[in-house]
Design a protein around this ligand. Sequence first.
Ligand SMILES: Cc1cc2nc3c(=O)[nH]c(=O)nc-3n(C[C@H](O)[C@H](O)[C@H](O)COP(=O)(O)OP(=O)(O)OC[C@H]3O[C@@H](n4cnc5c(N)ncnc54)[C@H](O)[C@@H]3O)c2cc1C
Length: 159
Amino acid sequence: MIPSALTAPDPGWTARTDVVVIGSGIAGLVAALRCRAHGRVLLVTKALLDAGSTRWAQGGIAAALAPDDTPGEHLTDTLVAGVGLCDEDAVRTLVDEGPDAVRALIDLGAAFDRADGGDIALTREGGHRRRRIAARGATRRARRSAGRCSPRSRTPVSR
Ligand SMILES: Cc1cc2nc3c(=O)[nH]c(=O)nc-3n(C[C@H](O)[C@H](O)[C@H](O)COP(=O)(O)OP(=O)(O)OC[C@H]3O[C@@H](n4cnc5c(N)ncnc54)[C@H](O)[C@@H]3O)c2cc1C
């Protein structure tokens, strides 16, 4: 029989909002920023705002952004580097949507290193035959940049 109420203990706090996003990594932050247009957003996370993997990602994001690059070449390089372990459909989605995803991050306020002319300073890493890594310099600078985009932190206490 299905119980009519949850048997879990009462919540420690309650809040009224339009959207709840769980997790304060890059996925949660992007979702929260996008949902802002639809009402009040409450971001709930497990411990500290910057706990999780996102704060450690320092190598950059690979995307076929250079004029002489294509998602097709990125696909080939990824499948070669993946030595048969890749889900090709997933890789295809990532390489096809990657360039627009990076541009969307920039629109949201993410900062990447720039070349003298203003273009993103793409670097090259193992497995890539083109320069396609958009990064934010040293880890410390990246963290400072991420901190500037951080949401306001608050611990709700109302019951
Ligand atoms: C050392 C390291 C280096 C990396 N370098 C790169 C790189 O150079 N380039 C790259 O593209 N990727 C890199 N990655 C991978 C990248 O960091 C992750 O793919 C990405 O950050 C995942 O983002 P996410 O938002 O999905 O997860 P996370 O950033 O892990 O966020 C998950 C969030 O959910 C919260 N959460 C978890 N459980 C609960 C719960 N029960 N209730 C509430 N909240 C919860 C966590 O507190 C956290 O805020 C690296 C990862 C590591 C660990």
